[in-house]
Design a protein around this ligand. Structure first.
Ligand SMILES: [Mg+2]
Ligand SMILES: [Zn+2]
Length: 231
């Protein structure tokens, strides 16, 4: 048994199109399209302020434009999914119940702006945690791709057409590990990460683009990136 943990918010299946069985070519396309691409958002430093192990409600502050960025993904028909390392659980700084409270705040903030997430996946583990139930190696702590793989399974996502937006090299590395691509944002630890590119080397992380913030990252993915893949 792997260490326990990892929450998922309800993901409502939604049909990707109306089926026309008489048209075989359409059917083929329908099947290909049943796997959606996703934009995976890192949480701390990408959607909300990086404060160092945010576990209490008063530490949770959304970044400006974050909700608009998620809404843009919703409107494009892509899945919007959060993937976040929450080693504060393993370190005993806060509990999974605290994480759930923050994720309800996140969902409420997004809902107020007409945006929603298709899933929130987090890793509560750390190799050297102080809480035994969460301490030890796992496959879901980024740069490991476990969170992405689980989301892909549960939400029927095409990872090779998907992107991760994050402020740390390991965010990009977990995208690349599953054939996806990554955009680094300058918010959170992003500026510091750019200042020491040698830290990217162990992760073999290569950003496709560096954006000022999450909204610029989404915009770039939906313009430059998708233009390149469809031409
Ligand atoms: Mg981060
Ligand atoms: Zn984990």
């Amino acid at each position: 048994m792997p260490p326990r943990g990892g929450e998922k918010t309800a993901a409502l299946g939604r049909p990707s199109g109306r089926r026309r069985p008489s048209d075989q070519r359409y059917d083929q396309r329908y099947n290909e399209r049943s796997m959606r691409p996703a934009i995976f958002f890192d949480r701390d430093g990408t959607l909300n302020e990086e404060v160092g192990y945010a576990g209490r409600p008063e530490q949770f502050h959304m970044l400006p434009m974050a909700a608009a960025a998620v809404r843009r993904v919703n409107e494009a028909g892509w899945a919007a999914v959060v993937v976040t390392n929450q080693a504060g659980v393993a370190r005993g700084f806060y509990t999974e119940a605290d994480v759930a409270i923050l994720h309800r705040m996140l969902a409420a903030h997004l809902a107020a702006a007409g945006a929603h997430l298709d899933g929130i996946y987090y890793c509560p583990h750390h190799p050297r945690g102080s809480v035994p139930a969460y301490s030890g190696a796992c496959g879901c702590r980024k740069p490991e791709p476990g969170l992405l793989l689980r989301a892909a399974r549960e939400l029927d996502l095409d990872l090779t057409a998907s992107w991760v937006i994050g402020d740390r090299w390991h965010d990009l590395a977990c995208a690349q590990a599953v054939g996806g691509r990554g955009v680094l944002v300058r918010t959170g630890y992003g500026a510091a990460a750019l200042a020491e590119p040698e830290a990217a080397a162990p992760h073999h992380a290569v950003p496709e683009y560096v954006a000022d913030d999450v909204a610029a990252a989404v915009e770039w993915i939906f313009t430059a990136a998708t233009m390149a893949t469809t031409s």
